[in-house]
Design a protein around this ligand. Structure first.
Ligand SMILES: [Zn+2]
Length: 141
């Protein structure tokens, strides 16, 4: 089951024949896992590929999504709430040290974390699973 998804279609020049290459890059959450994909197909020759993996997306994909759709901002809804479940969720999802998780939690509590909407939805799912209430807004306000 896919619970969040975002994609961009781009065109570039085919390395093999110079024709028009159409590629779809995207990020999504499938069965609670953050994942990404890139699919390309030349309109003129047989050059085509498809790549997919779980985990953080390559920077190129993130930038394409951020440029097209804009970043999302995730914040803790209740600033007075306990930070313990937040630290647990962050460490589990991002394999962070306690120090790194503390920095990330502080950001969540203050300015908010910025990322693609799928990355923020993924974090929000993990936090909500631990009964942490969060809000996601478009960061351009
Ligand atoms: Zn081609």
């Amino acid at each position: 089951m896919i619970t969040a998804t975002q994609g961009v279609t781009r065109t570039s020049r085919c390395e093999r024949c110079g024709g028009e290459l159409v590629s779809d890059v995207g990020q999504f959450i499938e069965r609670g896992q953050l994942a990404w994909s890139i699919e390309g197909q030349c309109q003129a020759c047989r050059n085509a590929w498809c790549q997919m993996d779980t985990g953080p997306a390559p920077e190129e994909i993130r930038q394409a999504l951020l440029t097209t759709h804009g970043p999302a901002r995730l914040r803790l809804a209740d600033k007075g709430a306990s930070i313990v479940p937040v630290l647990r969720a962050l460490r589990e999802m991002h394999h962070l040290s306690l120090g790194e998780a503390r920095l990330m939690a502080a950001e969540l509590n203050e300015v908010g974390l910025i990322g693609t909407s799928v990355e923020m939805a993924y974090l929000a799912e993990g936090l909500r699973a631990r009964f942490v209430t969060v809000t996601i807004t478009s960061s351009v306000t």
